[in-house]
Ligand binder design. Structure first.
Ligand code: BGC
Length: 917
């Protein structure tokens, strides 16, 4: 029988603070008994226990187990309900070969609690310091401390529950009676603050004292709200120049009644001992001015030094409690090495390029002693810290000592992308505690659950996969960013557009990305359908409104990718008008309906042939890339309209897509199949987006792509547009061996070249570090950019062989395609239904080139089906084609390896390239 785990409400991470009165419910099936196969849900029963009243039961005849409608009357603001579910299913007993049906046990109770559903629920107002910064000031705002003491009325002798609803103009940390509330970092996170501001809901019941006074205290820094953002010096105060907090504490007494403490004019503030804290530049903590016990009931200076706050206007933006999980510390790493550079600076090496900050357990310094911690991703070839790629971001955290030992210091409101930390002013080896245990790197990012895993017999490829996971973690800090270290860290739409399918497989990002998409739609509505290049949009003063394919196409592609991974149709519904306004108004068209060729396109951005300082100088025509995408997104739009049952619009967009496809062919493809520019990117896009019509065209494109790949001696010749699709294009045109050969190449530029240089994350450029160990001279040289890591999608789908066929993974295609020198691969995915796993291995019966056996193990979660399709030789002679239900499956079929290794084309005047076995 299937067991139910993990009841979930909407895409919410915990169930506490759901911004919805009728939250949809999902449940996941845990692994079932080995003797059971083909388990399918026939009906379900939901029990809802409201705070008042008896439990209500609802029986629904339906196979749906993900995002089923809330069965009861809508919940109110703050209302809590307990929910449990049981299901009735049918299955086959493997031993007896007999069909059975029956009910599962009840799941355990899950709690859902609504947040403040209406703006009227807020009595709190934003409070700040009354000091208004002068407009010409180009300095960061000093963080502020806020506090409020209160006593509960005598009738509150015991507390039923207490909740804190809180947000800030900036980033905050809150304390109740000296205890930190929650474990979030950089909350409330970054959203398009003009339109939407996130707030958090904390359960603080255990922190309230009913006897004597309580104190609620909050520290706020400028964060993304007022801090400097953007390159070329950036801009400050983009959303406002007053940092503020808005907090509402609500305490329900056991005997009834609700007591509220809300930020208002009665609060006090004081400057923080953190004298500045900026996202790019880092944080300075002056221990000399730390107020003793500032966040506890009786600080020494509260009556003398603390001043009355000023009240700001209630935000016009929509306040919402996010579904997305918060940013947290998710891992702690110890330094691997300590050394001294030629210039005499002490350097720690954490062995992993990561995003986060330091924690120093204890530091003993003389009074006024100052320590600087300088963060960098790499070491230059001269042995010094490689800080040049950070451009206008200093990435320095600073501590000024009061003379007392400093215990457990860590910056609070900043983060850095680093592997190395230079230390000026203190030698960690001078402490009693060993430097290895005294200093740690705290890894921080949006705390999403890992859903996808991949492993194979090649260690370098495993490292590549791990690097993509690290780059994803580092670049999902509240929003999906391009890079986490230099003076950008922005939500570039193109980067997540191409990495989306990899991201949704690796981690559960549906809540986070669907909320980010809402910001995209808000910002786009102010720009006549053109999504700004970065969301939240902070580049308006530099690039007001530039329509760009690939980047702007995120409005259609990403919601589709999120829908495929989650089956959540509401995402498509919510984003629908953003999609149509992009296609109908935003895209700048020429007279023929394709892109206006006058518009410069980022196109195949970062083509490896582009000079370091001209990353947009690509060999593939930018308008061709844009037009290929236009055909693709228009046909996707048709699919989306049909999913949403908008038949008329579906027909309209599919007609448009056909016309654009014909126009594309006429403009760029000869009748024989040659494509303008003759580049790998052009052929790959045409193949993957289905832009070729006749067999002759398909054959030519196949041969041309193969010729281009052999001519490049298997090194990568594609940028942002071509790289995510080149291996797919080779696979789809029966050039699997070439795809494997490219994947296994390790000379620059290639996926494995950075691995040979010791990379632990995906680089922005293939040669961010040049073969001689020096850093690429280009301005844009990050060592942590997930975009080119989008190749992992091919590892999951083609090498591992797992891909969703039906939205939400109700049906998956299991089709591993072993090749190259790989002898096994394993891939797994935690879907909304449960655990999918596919492992294959080749058993050698004799010589490497003789027949082998392909052993395949598959796990299909309950209520799901798999279509298993395997071609185990080049001619399609040995194959598997089956559809199976849930349970464990095993196959062994004869396997005849593809010819390997393919040869490069070497004109007689050049060298033939590397030989690979
Ligand atoms: C970012 C990219 C981005 C690009 C587009 C860069 O500075 O780091 O990843 O997509 O600009 O112009």
């Amino acid at each position: 029988m299937a067991e139910l785990t993990a009841l979930r409400f909407e895409q919410h991470h915990s169930g506490l603070g759901v911004q919805c009165s009728s939250p949809r419910i999902s449940w996941t099936f845990s692994a079932v008994d080995e003797s059971i196969s083909d388990w399918q849900q026939l009906q379900y029963e939901i029990c809802v226990r409201r705070e008042t009243g008896t439990p209500l039961y609802f029986v629904i005849q339906s196979p749906d187990s993900s995002l089923v409608p809330w069965p009861s009357t809508p919940l109110q603001s703050r209302e809590q309900a307990q929910v449990r579910v049981r299901v009735c299913g049918s299955w086959m007993d493997r031993n007896t070969r007999r069909a059975h049906s029956g009910w599962s046990a009840w799941s355990s109770w899950a709690t859902v609690e609504c947040s403040l559903l209406s703006a009227q629920d807020w009595i709190a107002v934003p409070i700040s310091s009354p000091i208004v910064p002068l407009s010409h000031e180009d300095e960061s705002l000093r963080p502020l401390l806020f506090r409020k003491t209160f006593e509960l009325p005598a009738t509150f002798d015991s507390v039923q529950r207490a909740r804190l609803y809180i947000t800030a103009f900036g980033v905050y940390r809150a304390y109740l009676n000296g205890c930190r509330i929650g474990d979030h970092e950089m909350s409330p996170g970054w959203t398009s603050y003009r339109y939407r501001i996130a707030y958090q809901v904390f359960d603080v019941t255990s922190l309230i004292t009913t006897k004597g006074s309580n104190v609620l205290s909050i520290e706020v820094a400028e964060g993304w709200y007022a801090g400097r953002l953007g390159f070329d010096g950036g801009k400050r105060h983009i959303y406002g120049d007053r940092i503020a907090v808005m907090a509402q504490l609500e305490i329900d007494g056991l005997a009834g009644g609700r007591f509220k403490v809300a930020s208002d004019i009665s609060w006090k503030f004081h400057p923080s001992p953190i004298v500045n804290s900026e996202i790019y530049n880092g944080e300075t903590y002056d221990a000399r001015v730390e107020g003793e016990n500032w966040n506890q009931q009786c600080p020494s200076n509260v009556d003398t030094d603390w001043e009355t706050v000023s009240v700001l206007d209630f935000p016009r933006a929509r306040l919402y409690a996010p579904n997305a999980p918060p940013v947290r510390i998710t891992e702690i790493l110890a330094p691997q090495k300590i050394s001294t550079t030629p210039s005499g600076r002490i350097i720690l090496d954490f062995g992993q390029n990561l995003v986060g900050k330091l924690l120093v357990r204890s530091m003993t310094l003389p009074v006024d002693g100052t320590v600087n911690f300088i963060h960098a991703e790499v070491i230059e070839d001269d042995g010094e810290l490689g800080t040049r790629p950070l451009r206008g971001a200093k990435c320095v955290d600073k501590v000024i000592s009061s003379g007392q030992p400093l215990i457990d210091w860590s910056p609070k409101f900043t983060f850095h992308g680093f592997r190395f930390v230079g230390i000026d002013g203190w030698d960690p080896r001078s402490e009693k505690k060993s430097w290895k245990s005294n200093i740690q790197a705290l890894v921080i990012h949006t705390d999403f659950k890992q859903t996808g895993q991949f492993e194979c017999s090649n260690i370098a490829i495993n490292q590549l996969h791990q690097n993509a996971c690290w780059s994803m973690r580092g670049n999902f800090l509240s929003i999906p960013t391009d890079c986490p270290q230099r003076d950008e860290r922005l939500g570039w739409t193109g980067d997540i557009q191409i990495f989306g399918p990899s991201a949704t497989f690796l981690y559960d990002v549906v809540g986070m990305l669907s909320e980010w998409m809402e910001d995209v739609a808000c910002e786009q509505s102010d720009h006549n359908g053109v999504p700004p290049l970065v969301i939240p949009n902070i580049l308006d003063h530099v690039w007001p409104s530039i329509p760009q394919a690939l980047w702007g196409d995120v409005v259609i592609i990403l919601p589709w990718v999120l829908y495929l991974s989650s089956g959540d149709r509401d995402i498509l519904h919510r984003q629908y008008s953003s999609m149509t306004s992009w296609l109908d108004q935003g895209v700048r068209r020429g007279r023929d309906g394709l892109w206006d060729p006058e518009i410069w396109q980022l196109g195949d951005w970062l083509d490896p042939q582009a000079p370091p300082d001209e990353p947009g100088d690509c060999r593939t025509n930018g308008t061709l890339v844009a037009d290929a995408y236009l055909v693709y997104v228009t046909s996707l739009m048709a699919k989306i309209a049909f999913v949403l049952k908008r038949e008329g619009e579906g027909t309209h967009y599919s007609y448009k897509a056909q016309c654009l496809r014909a126009l594309f062919q006429e403009k760029y493809i000869t009748s024989s199949g040659l494509i303008v520019g003759d580049s790998q990117t052009a052929y790959s896009l045409a193949i993957v987006f289905g832009l070729l019509s006749t067999q002759l065209q398909l054959d030519t494109a196949r041969c041309q792509l193969s010729a281009r790949v052999r001519m490049a001696k298997f090194r990568v010749s594609t940028g942002f547009a071509g790289t995510p699709v080149i291996l797919k294009a080779l696979t789809e045109t029966d050039n699997l061996s070439l795809a494997y050969r490219m994947l296994l190449e390790d000379r620059c530029p290639s996926w494995l070249y950075p691995i040979t240089m010791g990379a632990t994350t995906i680089w922005e450029r293939w040669d961010s570090m040049l073969p001689n160990g020096s850093i690429n001279p280009g301005q844009m040289t990050s060592f942590n950019h997930y975009a080119l890591g989008s190749v992992v999608n091919w590892l999951h789908e083609t090498v591992g062989g797992l891909r969703a066929l039906e939205a939400g993974w109700k049906t998956a295609l299991v089709s591993p395609q072993p090749g190259g020198s790989l002898t096994y691969a394993s891939v797994s995915y935690e879907s909304v239904y449960g655990h999918w796993s596919c492992r294959w291995k080749l058993q050698f019966d004799g010589d490497r080139n003789e027949a082998m056996t392909l052993c395949l193990d598959l796990i299909v979660p309950p209520n799901c089906r798999a279509v298993v399709r395997i071609q185990a030789d080049e001619d399609g002679f040995s194959k598997l084609d089956e559809s199976v239900g849930s349970g464990k499956h095993h196959w062994e079929i004869p396997f005849f390896p593809w010819s390997w290794p393919p040869q490069a084309t070497a004109p007689f005047i050049t060298n033939p390239g590397k030989h690979i076995d």
